[in-house]
Design a protein around this ligand. Structure first.
Ligand code: UGA
Length: 436
């Protein structure tokens, strides 16, 4: 099938390349000329494992192309909208500028029978408005939320755990939902749950899923706060409650909290939308989820200051990690980078390292010192802080290696990802989050 994808960021670029890899003819459109040039030349513009090979293969096969010219979408049967919906600068609501611009760009080229499939995360009610706007073209709007995780985006796109299609009553949405079965033919062939529902439910499924995940993380971080007072171990607690199938151990990783381009802004946008709908109380708990999450960043700084005798001023601190999570170069709302910025603000001499995210981090926070090699970050540091649980730190880094680089013997495990006993046995002051 011929498809277009509007927006070639973390979501759209992966979607375009993944759809080409399962046999479709795909054109990706973006207004960013550098991004389009990079993709068209076969260079993934961001770090995402598995993207580079499918990008190259797609371009080589001739089935995948990229352009800044929206006219290139002509002839596609399904047009996916995968542009960003960041937090508005003046509040908590989602900024729909890019979604509206994408629809405006598409409208002149839509033909009767075309399908526009929204994938961006939007406030509930957006899809119904967009459906009205495209109706005069004879195209049909459906909402097809995306659940991919950065770091596993290619796999999550080709083998999703569910497909959700929201359609408008009375439209030819049923036909659209059938056509999308053909688009996602590989996942449909393996009996992936295929849920056809209304537009509002499809939009809500996405924000509900992210709100639930954020709540799960803040729940365990709230337990960490209690554990810190009574000397309990939140990691053992998570293991123990996680054995209950109804609870599950996933997303009970306590530490410096969640970040990224999705969870933080999605819970804020959800609260803002609920307020507009007169149901702010229904999701008031999300404000608490946000507050607990942000407190964890302060906590790392406080713990470090205490370990260093009361203040971080003028202390040399190695910050291991800048990305919001491993296997990503994304620093949007990254707890790791935020901790580095806070330490710098308190006058610490911070050196930040990360296997992938240094360039993005430097662009966003140029005042910090960045080093590519973790040894250079750690050398002569008074304390080491792990804030992104890359395998490089979690599995490969040893007390012996660090002992050769510095006389400092303080390690703060902001992700509870290190072997506490091993570090302590080697003479380090190991401090985890919510652990004795
Ligand atoms: C999240 C959702 O997991 C995806 O399903 C969704 O599609 C995506 O947002 C989106 O809306 O596009 P992602 O932002 O890639 O995916 O990252 P997650 O794996 O959810 O991690 C989010 C944050 O939570 C990270 O900072 C991570 O370090 C943190 N986290 C995760 C914890 O602090 N503890 C945990 O136990 C798990």
């Amino acid at each position: 099938m011929r498809l277009s994808v509007i927006g070639c960021g973390y979501l759209g670029a992966v979607h375009a390349a993944a759809m080409a890899s399962i046999g479709h003819d795909v054109v990706g459109i973006d207004v960013d000329t550098d991004k389009v040039a990079s993709l068209a030349a076969g260079r993934a513009p961001f770090y995402e494992p598995g993207l580079q090979p499918i990008l190259e293969a797609g371009l080589e096969s001739g089935r995948l192309s990229f352009s800044t010219d929206p006219a290139q979408v002509k002839g596609a049967t399904v047009h996916f909208i995968g542009v960003g919906t960041p937090q508005r600068k003046d509040g908590h609501a989602a900024d729909l500028t890019y979604v509206n611009a994408a629809v405006d760009a598409l409208i002149p080229y839509l033909a009767p029978g075309d399908i526009v499939a929204g994938k961006s995360t939007v406030p509930v009610g957006t899809a119904a408005d967009l459906a009205k706007r495209i109706a005069p073209t004879g195209a049909t709007l459906v909402w097809n939320p995306e659940f991919l995780r950065e770091g596993y985006a290619v796999k999550d796109t080709i083998e999703p755990d569910r497909i959700v299609i929201g359609i408008e009553a009375g439209s030819d949405g049923e036909r659209a939902a059938d056509l999308l079965r053909e688009v996602y033919h590989t996942a449909v062939a393996t009996d992936t749950p295929y849920i056809v529902t209304d537009l509002a439910t499809a939009e809500l499924v996405k924000v509900a899923a992210n709100a639930f995940l954020a709540t799960k993380i803040s729940f365990i971080n709230a337990m960490a706060e209690i554990a810190e007072v009574v000397g309990a171990d939140v990691t053992d607690l998570a293991d123990a409650i996680g054995h209950d199938e109804r609870i599950g151990r996933k997303f009970l990783g306590a530490g410096v909290g969640f970040g990224g381009g999705c969870l933080p802004k999605d819970i804020r946008a959800f609260s803002a939308r609920a307020e507009e709908l007169g149901r702010g109380d229904s999701v008031a708990f999300l404000r608490e989820v946000d507050a607990i999450n942000l407190r964890r960043r302060d906590r790392v700084v406080d713990v470090l200051a205490e370990a260093l005798g009361g203040a971080v001023y003028q202390k040399r601190i190695a910050v291991l990690g800048a990305a919001f999570k491993p296997l990503s170069d994304d620093i949007r709302d990254s707890p790791a980078l935020d901790v580095a910025v806070r330490l710098h603000g308190f006058g610490a001499r911070v050196r930040v390292t990360d296997p992938q995210a240094i360039d993005n981090a430097r662009r966003a926070q140029p005042q910090l010192e960045y080093v590519a090699d973790r040894a250079d970050a750690i050398r002569d540091a008074d304390a080491v802080v792990v804030v992104t649980e890359w395998d490089e730190y979690r599995r490969e880094m040893t007390p012996a290696e660090l002992a050769e680089l510095t006389d400092g013997r303080i390690i703060i495990d902001g992700r509870n990802c290190l072997d506490a006993a091993a570090w302590r046995a080697a003479g380090w002051t190991y401090i985890g989050m919510g652990r004795p």
